[in-house]
Write a protein that binds this ligand. Structure first.
Ligand code: AP5
Ligand code: MG
Length: 192
């Protein structure tokens, strides 16, 4: 079993590189953003709560988000047998500690954290471009700026958290998708 966290700012390529990871390593992909957007689409109670936070570029509260993740893990116990790609989770130190506990309770752990590092101007360019046809309520300049602030204030401290755990692999996240994936592969294969 090999669990990895794909980590980085909004637009850094977490979703894009997850596609390559799924194909190459047969891991189960959990994108908390996708999970929440699916609830919004289905009009669930949770979707109504999530919609307000996402449209405003804010994080869903930790206790709620942690329960959602535990539920996804439990409902997909079979599919996650080979390991999981956590995309967009954790986003706070509290979530990272909860993930550690949750995995320990299931007899496993995070094996690597792939940190996609991309310059801010490029992140904004990518998200604005994507916003032209993504239909995402948070892909507009005002909300993109809020998401980046939230990333700097609440999420980027996780970089040091995972460096201290000996798990962080810094990956230069600009260039071709294939070139970046080659670097990710090298980092993962050294830990498998
Ligand atoms: P989430 O869905 O996780 O969004 P995000 O972190 O803001 O990141 P994105 O999905 O926008 O970017 P990405 O890194 O996946 O990049 P992508 O591959 O798409 O979260 C959305 C919201 O949900 C949060 O703001 C929050 O409200 C809530 N939420 C989610 N998880 C939560 C949690 N754990 N706790 C609390 N709240 C939570 O690439 C972006 C674009 O760039 C694409 O168009 C892509 O084609 C392009 N691109 C990718 N790679 C390259 C490249 N190498 N060169 C050029 N373009 C590229
Ligand atoms: Mg994404």
């Amino acid at each position: 079993m090999f669990n990895l966290v794909i980590f980085g700012a909004p637009g850094s390529g977490k979703g894009t590189q997850s596609e390559n990871l799924i194909q190459n390593y047969g891991l189960y992909h959990i994108s908390t953003g996708d999970v929440l957007r699916d609830h919004i689409k289905r009009g669930t109670e949770l979707g109504k709560i999530a919609d307000a936070f996402i449209s405003d570029g804010k994080l869903i509260p930790d206790d709620l988000m942690i329960n959602i993740l535990a539920d996804v893990l439990d409902k997909n116990a079979d599919a996650t047998r080979n390991g999981v790609i956590f995309d967009g989770f954790p986003r706070t130190i509290e979530q990272a500690k909860a993930l550690k506990t949750m995995l320990a309770e299931r007899g496993t752990q995070v094996n690597a954290v792939i940190g996609l590092e991309v310059a801010e101007e490029e992140l904004i360019d990518r998200l604005i471009k994507r916003g032209k046809d993504s239909g995402r309520s948070d892909d507009n300049l005002e909300t993109i700026k809020k998401r980046l602030d939230v990333y700097h204030n609440q999420t980027s401290p996780l970089r040091d958290f995972y460096i201290a755990e000996g798990l962080y692999e810094a990956i230069h996240g600009s260039g071709t998708v294939e070139g970046i994936f080659a670097d990710i592969r090298t980092a993962i294969d050294a830990r498998r």
